[in-house]
Design a protein around this ligand. Structure first.
Ligand SMILES: Nc1ncnc2c1ncn2[C@@H]1O[C@H](COP(=O)(O)OP(=O)(O)O)[C@@H](O)[C@H]1O
Ligand SMILES: O=C(CO)[C@@H](O)[C@H](O)COP(=O)(O)O
Length: 503
């Protein structure tokens, strides 16, 4: 039996590879960043080979720098940014950059799907056909890049492409497949009806596997490239939020996950498929076999902070910029930020809305803007909490993961705005932990992911709401909720202006 498993967290800003031992301790961790390709407003793409290179560099560093013996790495699995379209030709070569989950160019395709199928579509997929989801991207390529479409023989999602380059096998796990909105959730198979309505060959859809299913062994070519051995087994993996929920131990109805990655996510474990949010919240297959989860997604959570830092403090240390928010006050001296800088998915499914700072005063300084960004992102999460509460959700614990969970200030802001106990993980890498848990369970180290969680999941510090802050944030959130409705039209007109006057 090998000593370690690897959890590959293929995020939007970077890939993080964690090596864990049988006790669930992270013995080593490496990461490698990559950029977004943003050719036009609302466009977000990445080169799939950058994911492969980044993952491989991280693995090579685990072996050469952290001195993990390749023969001790028994299994690998994945957590992946969802929905991104990777189109392959008959030789499984990439045909174009991947169109990502936060790309909002496909509003016409979203409308086309609803015009042709209406509520039937939501009944089959349990989701609206939103711009971020894979089907709208397939239709966009079909309608706008016919020469590429003609050569397209397969499509996969980001983590599936990296797993393919590792094993030589094409596959997609159920949790990620639900996010394509081509899966018939009730039947657990690709929807022939949807493929027929939109004339998409069913042969393009990859074989479906479970998150803990064996997906192949490392090929000799990839072994030479990465330093792994061909004895290392690879497992299905999951959508990053399913993996995050596993890694965060979100296995009870009283717990909810708050994830501040590039995107922001409020996620609830669903024991069965009975609940129906009518597409207002996403509904997905879980990485845990025959279980589900629902979630609301803020498109620019961590991305808002990264954008602000890159734009207004490019030469400064990231942590120093975040820490400067301490100089401001609870409520950022009455300055509000709405995180809609690439459009929004939930609670407002609006590709044309854009962000705003509201209430700018001559007294405001840059640290007030930083604080407003931190608070505005969590106000958007609060909107999602409100939807859950309106649907009977009753949570007493919030498990916070993602890069944003590295900030004690941001964790306290969450406790104050949610008015609930917020706990972090010992290592905030929920998705990477979940991916490693899928490998460990797939290898038979544990009987189930729930069983594995008892050993692998370790909670960190708790943050309790501070009553006077809760009161101030409640007042501010009531003001915040007005901004979307009062800026929607202005945003759309300014977006038109930007597009007409593109360089
Ligand atoms: N020390 C930090 N404090 C606050 N936010 C952070 C910190 N480090 C990273 N972040 C935020 O976390 C985000 C990246 O989180 P991560 O979970 O790695 O995202 P992804 O999986 O999308 O790549 C960044 O957008 C950044 O804004
Ligand atoms: O679109 C979604 C979920 O529906 C996003 O959560 C993506 O999966 C990107 O995740 P991060 O890179 O932000 O972790």
């Amino acid at each position: 039996m090998g000593k370690y498993v690897l959890g590959v967290d293929l995020g939007t800003s970077a890939v993080k590879v964690s090596a864990l031992d049988h006790s669930g301790q992270i013995v080593a961790q490496e990461s490698f960043g990559y950029d977004l390709i943003q050719k036009r407003p609302g466009y977000n793409e990445q080169n799939p080979e950058d994911w492969v290179s980044g993952t491989t560099v991280a693995i090579v560093r685990l072996i050469l720098t952290d001195h993990l013996a390749a023969e001790d790495i028994e299994g690998v699995s994945f957590s992946g940014q969802m929905h991104g379209l990777v189109l392959l030709d008959e030789d499984k070569k990439i045909l174009r950059p991947a169109i990502l989950w936060n790309d909002t160019r496909t509003t016409p395709q979203r409308q086309e799907i609803m015009d042709k199928m209406g509520d039937e579509f939501i009944d089959i997929t349990r989701n609206q056909p939103l711009e971020g989801f894979t089907l709208t991207k397939l239709l966009w390529v079909k309608e706008n890049e016919p020469d590429i479409w003609k050569k397209a023989k397969y499509f996969v999602l980001p983590k599936d492409y990296v797993r393919y380059r590792m094993t030589g096998n094409l596959a997609m796990d159920y949790s990620d497949a639900t996010g394509t909105v081509l899966l018939d959730v009730a039947k657990g198979q690709w929807s022939q009806r949807i493929c027929d309505v939109f004339d998409i060959p069913m042969s393009m859809c990859p074989p479906l596997i479970k998150s803990i299913d064996f997906a192949g062994t490392v090929t000799p070519a990839y072994a030479e490239f990465s330093g792994l051995t061909t004895a290392t087994k690879v497992f299905g993996g999951a959508a990053d939020n399913a993996a995050g929920a596993v890694g965060a131990g979100i296995l009870q109805p009283n717990m909810v996950m708050s994830s501040i990655g590039t995107s922001g996510v409020v996620l609830k474990y669903e024991d069965n498929a009975d609940v129906n949010y009518h597409g207002v919240l996403q509904f997905e297959d879980h990485a845990i076999p025959d279980k589900f989860y629902s979630m609301g997604v803020t498109l620019a959570a961590g991305y808002s902070l990264s954008w602000f830092k890159k734009t207004f403090a490019p030469a400064e240390d990231f942590n120093d910029v975040v820490a400067s928010a301490e100089k401001s006050t609870v409520g950022a001296n009455g300055l509000l930020y709405t995180p809609y800088i690439v459009g929004e998915r939930a609670p407002y499914a609006d590709a044309n809305i854009r962000g705003s700072f509201t209430g700018i005063d001559g007294i405001h300084q840059r640290h007030d803007f930083v604080r407003a960004v931190l608070e505005g992102i969590i106000f958007s999460f609060r909107d999602l909490f409100d939807i859950y509460e309106e649907n009977g959700g009753d949570f007493d614990t919030v498990v916070s993961i993602g890069g944003g969970a590295k900030s004690p200030l941001w964790l306290q802001i969450q406790a104050d705005i949610f008015n609930r106990k917020v706990v972090s993980l010992k290592n905030e890498q929920g998705p990477g932990m979940g991916a490693a848990m899928m490998a460990a369970t797939g290898l038979g180290w544990f009987d189930s992911l729930q069983d594995c969680a008892k050993t692998f999941v370790h909670f960190g510090k708790e943050y309790r709401p501070i009553p006077e802050n809760v009161k101030k944030y409640k007042k501010l959130h009531d003001i915040y909720k007005q901004v979307y409705g009062q800026t929607k039209q202005i945003s759309a007109e300014l977006l038109d202006f930007r597009r007409e006057n593109m360089k």
